[in-house]
Design a protein around this ligand. Structure first.
Ligand code: PEP
Length: 261
C-alpha cells in the first residue's frame, strides 16, 4: 500500500458558468459531508473554466471547504503582451493548487506539442502550481500495440530538461484519447499496465524517490461504477474525471466509491 494520497480531480472542461460553478461546488461540498468523506481520506479537486475560478475561490475560502481547485491550462509566458493568455502567477494568486497541462483536447484543438507542454510545466512550477500532465495514446496506436512506447515518449518529451528535484509532487494523468468522453473505458488492467510502465520510466529517469512520490491518475469515462476497480491497482493513485464531475452529488458519490475501493 503506497502512502500517496488518492486524488480525484474533476475537469469541467468548457461547462458551467460562474453561477453554475458556485451551485455545483456547494452541492459537492454538501454531498461530501453527507457521504462522510473528510479531509485526509482523499484529495478532491475541481478544475473549472478560468472565468469561474474567482467565484470558486471565494466559496472555498469563505466556507473553509477542504476542496482544492485548479485550472485547465496555463500560458507558458510571463505576464506581458500575450493577448488571451493566462499567466501561472495569476492562477496562484487565485489560490489554484493544480493546473492541467497537455490535455488531449488542447493537444488536438490548439496544436500543443510536447515542447509547449514542457514550457507550460516550467511556468506552472515557477508559480508553485502542481501540474497534472496528461499523456495517452490514440485508438490507432493502441490497435497497433504502440501505445506504451507512444505514451512514454510523450512523457519523456514533456519532461525534457527537468531534474528530479523540480518534479517533486508531480501528477501524471494517463488518458487514452479513445476513452475520453466516449463511454469507452480502458480496463483496470490496461490502466494498471500503463501506470506501471510510467512509474518504471520515472524510476529510470529520476530515481526511486521521485517515482514513488508521483501520483499517476487514470482518465477516460471514469464513473461511480468503475472507479473503484480502476484505483485498486497499486500504481493508479486516482482519477481525472470529465463528464462525471459536472454534478456535485454524482462527483461526491464517485469520490466515495474510490475511497471505499
Ligand atoms: C477528461 O476530459 O479528462 C476526461 C477524462 O473526460 P471523461 O471523464 O468525460 O471521459
Amino acid at each position: 500500500m503506497s502512502d500517496r494520497t488518492l486524488l480525484l480531480a474533476g475537469n469541467w472542461k468548457m461547462n458551467h458558468d460562474h453561477l453554475e460553478a458556485i451551485s455545483s461546488v456547494q452541492k459537492l461540498a454538501w454531498a461530501l459531508e453527507d457521504a462522510k468523506l473528510e479531509e485526509g481520506s482523499c484529495e478532491v479537486v475541481v478544475i473549472p473554466p478560468y472565468t469561474d475560478i474567482r467565484s470558486v475561490q471565494t466559496l472555498v475560502q469563505g466556507d473553509k471547504l477542504w476542496l482544492k481547485y485548479g485550472a485547465q491550462d496555463v500560458s507558458q509566458h510571463e505576464p506581458g503582451a500575450h493577448t488571451g493568455e493566462i499567466a501561472a502567477s495569476f492562477l496562484s494568486r487565485l489560490g489554484c493548487a493544480y493546473v492541467v497541462i497537455g490535455h488531449s483536447e488542447r493537444r488536438a484543438d490548439n496544436h500543443e506539442t510536447n515542447e509547449i507542454v514542457a514550457a507550460k510545466i516550467r511556468a506552472a512550477l515557477s508559480a508553485d502550481l502542481t501540474p497534472i500532465l496528461c499523456v495517452g495514446e490514440s485508438l490507432e496506436q493502441r490497435q497497433e500495440r504502440t501505445h506504451i512506447d507512444f505514451t512514454l515518449g510523450q512523457l519523456e518529451e514533456s519532461l525534457a530538461g527537468f531534474g528530479a528535484d523540480e518534479l517533486d509532487g508531480l501528477v501524471i494523468a494517463y488518458e487514452p484519447v479513445w476513452a475520453i468522453g466516449t463511454g469507452e473505458t480502458a480496463t483496470a488492467a490496461d490502466a494498471a499496465e500503463m501506470a506501471a510502465a510510467i512509474r518504471a520510466r520515472l524510476v529510470e529517469r529520476y530515481g526511486d524517490a521521485t517515482a514513488a512520490s508521483t501520483r499517476i491518475l487514470y482518465g477516460g469515462s471514469v464513473k461511480t461504477d468503475n472507479v473503484s476497480e480502476i484505483v485498486a491497482s497499486a500504481d493508479v493513485d486516482g482519477a481525472l474525471v470529465g463528464g462525471a464531475s459536472l454534478s456535485g452529488p454524482d462527483f461526491a458519490a464517485l469520490c466515495k466509491a474510490a475511497v471505499a475501493k
